[in-house]
Design a protein around this ligand. Structure first.
Ligand code: NAD
Ligand code: NAG
Length: 317
């Protein structure tokens, strides 16, 4: 009888000890969070240190047109070695020529369908032999079928996932090991504002852009818990509608405030986010904060704001 009571009090005191420990651990985390908050606030007022990218070998997918082409030109101008990849050989050659006018010997062009895993793995071997190991990967390709859900064909839905999502896995499979071998690297993925808010006529497209966001957040966790934590960086970018022709029928209510972006500006913002080691950014940067705050409010408040902004895309059919 007495023995049983002793065991019982032992158990209770152990539970109390455990709870005390959980609470004290939480208290430490809480203080650390406060310190990080102060740190972030402090950083806001400091001029950002931008890292030097002149020695990097940067591979850009979808470099033949639009944002990808402007990125190729920006990176070339910064003195990086740039590997342009596109399915459209003619456009990619055009990018190559433009970039070579800036810097003769540090630009390469390869034709590849990045939705095709075998083709990507072959490309990686070829690039490694001819140019060297990639240190920065910019996953930029994307297509954008734009119509109501019922009018998307099964073929179209598969294709948009192949290009906008699965291609990321093939390029990661091909190039992440090269980064690990070098003990450094940076992966940049171009999602979209459609990866931050859902939009009419873009149900499959939004799903792919949200997928990229989830993939990057999960990969960040995996890298953060592993040995490459301080050496492999990840940046995900959510640009607003940009004037590249990808967005065929944009609907804009406030052209002066939220008109179509210039791909040159978008590329500049992406390179800046890369160089300042930003984890994620919308373009323009304010949209991410507006979204995060709105998500704290009841759904209907956010919808009122969405209706007021009333921008997106019309069906292309
Ligand atoms: N334009 C916009 O409004 C906008 C807004 C937000 C995000 N984005 C995203 O930015 C990225 C670039 O968009 P953009 O407007 O510059 O597009 P774009 O159509 O101007 O250029 C895309 C390039 O990718 C290439 N490409 C397509 N499929 C390919 C494949 N399977 N393999 C290799 N190359 C392929 C095309 O040939 C083209 O040269 C996309 O991911 C897009 O979703 C665009
Ligand atoms: C992102 O956040 C982490 C915190 O885990 C930080 O260490 C890292 O440098 C940040 N930037 C990038 C580009 O990964």
């Amino acid at each position: 009888m007495i023995e049983r009571e002793v065991i019982h009090t032992n158990k209770t005191s152990k539970r109390i000890m455990d709870i005390m420990q959980d609470i004290s651990e939480f208290f430490v985390v809480f203080v650390k969070i406060l310190l990080e908050l102060l740190h972030s606030l402090f950083e806001k007022f400091m001029t950002k240190k931008l890292k030097d990218i002149s020695g990097e070998i940067i591979l850009i997918t979808g470099a033949g047109h639009g944002i990808g082409r402007e990125l190729a030109l920006h990176y070339t101008a910064w003195g990086s070695v740039v590997v342009c990849v596109d399915i459209n050989e003619k456009n990619n050659e055009e990018t190559l020529k433009k970039a070579q006018r800036l810097m003769q010997n540090s630009v390469y062009a390869y034709t590849c369908d990045v939705a095709n895993r075998d083709a990507v793995l072959k490309l990686a071997a070829k690039v490694e032999a001819e140019v060297g190991r990639i240190s920065v990967l910019v996953n930029n390709v994307g297509i954008m079928p734009t119509h109501p859900l019922e009018q998307h064909t099964a073929e179209e839905i598969r294709r948009v996932f192949d290009i906008n999502v699965l291609s990321h896995f093939w390029t990661l499979e091909a190039f992440l090991p090269q980064m690990k071998q070098q003990g450094r690297g940076h992966i940049i993925c171009i999602s979209s504002i459609a990866g931050v808010v859902g939009l009419t006529n873009l149900v499959p497209y939004c799903a792919t852009k949200y997928a990229v966001r989830g993939m990057m957040e999960a990969l960040h966790e995996e890298i953060r818990e592993g040995p490459y934590k301080d050496f492999i960086k990840l940046t995900v970018v959510y640009p607003y509608m940009t004037n590249t022709g990808l967005c065929k029928r944009p609907k804009v209510k406030f052209p002066s405030m939220l008109g179509l972006l210039d791909p040159k500006e978008v590329a500049k913002h992406i390179v800046e986010a890369h160089r300042s080691n930003v984890n994620e950014t919308t373009i323009p940067g304010s949209l991410l904060h507006v979204n995060n705050w709105c998500r704290l409010l009841p759904l209907r408040c956010g919808l009122l704001l969405k209706d007021y902004i009333d921008s997106g895309v019309e069906s292309d059919l």
